[in-house]
Ligand binder design. Structure first.
Ligand code: 16G
Length: 255
C-alpha cells in the first residue's frame, strides 16, 4: 500500500534537521499528496506502525500528525478499520440556478448540516439598507451560520433579511429558504457576485482549514416575485471544496 502513496514513502522528504517539527512535516506531506491527487478520497492510510517504520519516525509523531489532520477534516478515523482520506467534498454549483445550500447538498447525496453562530434582530447599517432597499435603520434579522456537508464545514454564511419578512431569525434552525418559503417569501431571482479571498484566523478555525487558505467570497442579493429584496447574504466558501459552474450561450445581440 505504501507504494501507492507517492511522496509518503519517501523518508527523505522528512528532515530531522529542519526547525519544523516532524509531525508538521508529515502533515504537510499528506496534505500535499491529497491536493496533488496522489492520495484519493476514501483511500486507506497505512497503519501508524507501518507509517512510522517506513518514514523512520516514532509512532507518537505519526499519531500526532494524523490526529491533527483528523481535526482539520482531511482524514477520518473509522473505528476498527483505520485512518482514511476524508470522502470527497467537492461540489459543483450551477451559477444559473437559484438554489439553497440545503437543496444543493441533498441533490448531491450529502447530508446538510447547520451550526448557528449568531442570530439577532437589529437596526440595518448603511450597507444593509442599500442592499435591501430599506430606510436607514429599518430592522433586519441577521443570521450567521456554519454550513456543513456530511459533518465537514463548507461555508460560513451571514444572511440579512428585512425583519418584516423574518421577525424571528432564531426560528431558522437549518434551512433559511425553507422558513421563508413556508411564510410565502421564497426568493425567485438573485444577483450574485464573487471573488477570491484568504480566510482570516477565525474563519479558518470554523472552516477547519489552515490560516490564510483560499476561499470564495460570495454576495447574494435575492428578490421576491414582485421585485422586493428579501436577502443579502455574504458567504465564505472553502476554495478547495467548491466549483461554481456557469452555462454560457451566445446572446441575441451577438448572433
Ligand atoms: C445558498 C446561498 C445563500 C442562501 C442559502 C440558503 C450561495 C452562494 N448562497 O447557500 O445566499 O441564503 O443558500 O440555504 O449559493 P438554506 O435554505 O439551506 O439556508
Amino acid at each position: 500500500m505504501l507504494g501507492q502513496l507517492g511522496d509518503l514513502d519517501d523518508a527523505a522528504s522528512l528532515d530531522e534537521q529542519s526547525p519544523t517539527p516532524l509531525y508538521l512535516q508529515l502533515q504537510r506531506l499528506i496534505q500535499e499528496s491529497v491536493r496533488a491527487g496522489r492520495l484519493e478520497p476514501d483511500e486507506a492510510l497505512p497503519s501508524e506502525r507501518d507509517l512510522a517504520r517506513q518514514l523512520g519516525i516514532s509512532r507518537v509523531t505519526v499519531r500526532k500528525a494524523l490526529a491533527g489532520l483528523v481535526e482539520k477534516g482531511i482524514l477520518v478515523q473509522r473505528w476498527g478499520s483505520g485512518t482514511f482520506i476524508a470522502p470527497s467534498m467537492h461540489v459543483e454549483q450551477a451559477l444559473s440556478r437559484l438554489s439553497s445550500f440545503t437543496d444543493d447538498m441533498i441533490a448531491r447525496g450529502m447530508t446538510p448540516g447547520t451550526e448557528i453562530i449568531e442570530s439577532a434582530v437589529g437596526a440595518s447599517n448603511p450597507t444593509e439598507s442599500m442592499a435591501l432597499g430599506l430606510s436607514p435603520g429599518e430592522p433586519v434579522s441577521r443570521l450567521q451560520r456554519l454550513r456543513l456537508a456530511g459533518g465537514v464545514p463548507m461555508a460560513i454564511e451571514h444572511a440579512v433579511v428585512p425583519a418584516r419578512f423574518l421577525p424571528d431569525p432564531e426560528s431558522v434552525l437549518s434551512s433559511l429558504y425553507a422558513v421563508l418559503s413556508a411564510r410565502g417569501h421564497m426568493p425567485r431571482r438573485a444577483l450574485q457576485r464573487l471573488h477570491a479571498v484568504l480566510v482570516n484566523g477565525d474563519q479558518a478555525k470554523l472552516l477547519k482549514v489552515p490560516a490564510a487558505s483560499p476561499a470564495l467570497y460570495i454576495e447574494r442579493r435575492s428578490f421576491l416575485e414582485n421585485g422586493e429584496p428579501i436577502e443579502f447574504t455574504s458567504s465564505y466558501y472553502r476554495g478547495d471544496a467548491y466549483d461554481f459552474v456557469a452555462e454560457l450561450s451566445i446572446g441575441q445581440a451577438d448572433r
